[in-house]
Each structure stands twice: as structure tokens, then as C-alpha cells.
Design a protein around this ligand. Structure first.
Ligand SMILES: C[S@@+](CC[C@H](N)C(=O)[O-])C[C@H]1O[C@@H](n2cnc3c(N)ncnc32)[C@H](O)[C@@H]1O
Length: 246
């Protein structure tokens, strides 16, 4: 990873967040363990304090709700030795609302989060149409490129509208300018998308700079500190902020 230190979740946090998926079945549990262990986005977001304590988090295209599970786990492990001293303060007390298109992912999320619905809820819905509700942080991890360009703009308009002043957008997208790594990540994306049951695996990509420009045109200021995934993939994680607030 460039643009910052490589982050991994502390073992106890990883374990607590993935164990929650046991009632959701073997696939869900293995998937949670693998993704939470190897995808640096989760640890990066926590380490950098991109989600503040007590936030209302809207996770668009949330898959099986891994971020919601992780934020529930943070509440019980927000202290030494589980919380690294050099990380930002733990985002305790967040409430997460996830929206996900695919019913099977929603079922897995709901099985994992059962009993915690007041704090962490996942609903089935198309982010191109579903109501967003008010949020302090919107998360779009590897999702927006599935929507046609006009649909991406419409979602970003509504993201801007639903964010409180000073609210933040955490966005990860593929960088069209990254050459071979980008093409490989697109191929993997398409295979996974088909395997998940989507009928159409078209992708609507842009360069990382184009994405940043698009956010700017929708009233979201991109903050310094983009994180670029390393060796094989060309994903870029960025943080943008709606002006205003404290
Ligand atoms: C690559 S996965 C990422 C999942 C999750 N954000 C994560 O990082 O673990 C992309 C997800 O976006 C969902 N998705 C794609 N288009 C969507 C739409 N229009 N509305 C809701 N979810 C969508 C897919 O079903 C899939 O679960």
C-alpha cells in the first residue's frame, strides 16, 4: 500500500467481527474472516479516524455488512491491548445502516447482526432508488463503479444531501489510470459480481483524479491522504468532506 502505513486489524477485533457470522453459515463466516483479514480498507478507516465516535454511518452497497459488524466489535475492544495506541480514537457508539442489492448478502448480514438492529441494520435496496436518511458518514467501498455514470452522479448528489454539515464520505474506487493492475482488478470484480448472482457485470470506471473531480463538483471536498492499494489491485481509498459543521 502506498500513501500510508499498511494497516491490519488487531487480532481480537478481527476475530470478534468475523465470529458474528457463524450463525450466517460457513460461506459467510469464511468470507468475513478472509475479507476482514486481507482487505486493508477496514483497518485504514479505523486507524485514520475516518469514522468518528457516535457517527450515524450509512454503508451503501454494504455486502454482508462487514463494516457494521466491525463497528459493533469496536465497542467492546476500544482499549489497550486491543486498540493500537497509534490509531485514532476508537469510533465507539456508532449506528450503522447498510443498503445492499443482493438478497443473499442481506440475509447473511441480518443473521450476523440479529439482536443488534438498533445499532446495526442492513436492508435490501438499490442505492439508485432507496431513501438514504440522515448520516454523518457515508461509506461506498467498491460499489459506485457498478452504476452507469449518470447513476453515479445521482447517488453522489443524494450523498451530499443526506450528509450533515462536516459529514464525511469514505469512497473506494478502481483507478482507471493504473494500467494492468486496474484491468486485473476489473476482471476479478466481474467474476465476483457474476458469482454473487448479478445478471449484468458492466463496470463504469474513471481515473482516481476523475473521481476526485466528480466529488468536488458535488460539493464534497477531497481531503489529503488518498490510500492506494498495493501490488495487484489498483483501488484508491479517499475521504471527502461536506463543508460546514464544527
Ligand atoms: C465489491 S462488493 C463490496 C461490498 C462492501 N462494500 C465491502 O466492501 O465489503 C460491491 C457490493 O455492491 C453491491 N451493489 C452493487 N450495485 C448496487 C446497487 N445499485 N444498490 C445496492 N448495492 C449494490 C453489490 O451487490 C455488492 O455487494
Amino acid at each position: 500500500m502506498t500513501g500510508g502505513a499498511t494497516h491490519r486489524l488487531p487480532h481480537a477485533l478481527w476475530h470478534a467481527a468475523s465470529e458474528r457470522y457463524r450463525p450466517a453459515g460457513r460461506f459467510a463466516w469464511h468470507f468475513a474472516r478472509g475479507k476482514l483479514r486481507h482487505d486493508p480498507a477496514f483497518a485504514t478507516v479505523l486507524a485514520r479516524g475516518w469514522i468518528r465516535p457516535g457517527s450515524r454511518v450509512l454503508d451503501l452497497g454494504c455486502g454482508q455488512g462487514l463494516l457494521a459488524s466491525l463497528l459493533l466489535a469496536v465497542d467492546g475492544l476500544a482499549h489497550a491491548p486491543h486498540w493500537p495506541a497509534h490509531w485514532a480514537p476508537p469510533p465507539q457508539g456508532c449506528r450503522v445502516h447498510g443498503l445492499e442489492l443482493m438478497p443473499r448478502d442481506v440475509e447473511r448480514a441480518q443473521a450476523a447482526l440479529a439482536g443488534h438492529e438498533l445499532r446495526a441494520r442492513v436492508d435490501q435496496g438499490d442505492i439508485a432508488q432507496a431513501a438514504f436518511g440522515a448520516a454523518d458518514v457515508v461509506v461506498l467501498l467498491d460499489v459506485l463503479h457498478y452504476l452507469p455514470h449518470a447513476g453515479q452522479e445521482a447517488v453522489l448528489r443524494r450523498v451530499h444531501d443526506c450528509l450533515a454539515p462536516g459529514g464525511q464520505l469514505v469512497l473506494r474506487i478502481g483507478d482507471h489510470a493504473a494500467g494492468l493492475p486496474f484491468r486485473l482488478s476489473q476482471l476479478v470484480d466481474r467474476i465476483i459480481f457474476r458469482a454473487r448472482g448479478h445478471a449484468d457485470s458492466s463496470l463504469y470506471c474513471r481515473t482516481a483524479d476523475d473521481w476526485a473531480g466528480l466529488l468536488g463538483r458535488h460539493g464534497l471536498e477531497v481531503l489529503p491522504g488518498r490510500v492506494v492499494s498495493g501490488s495487484l489491485f489498483a483501488n484508491t481509498l479517499m475521504l471527502a468532506r461536506k463543508p460546514g459543521g464544527a
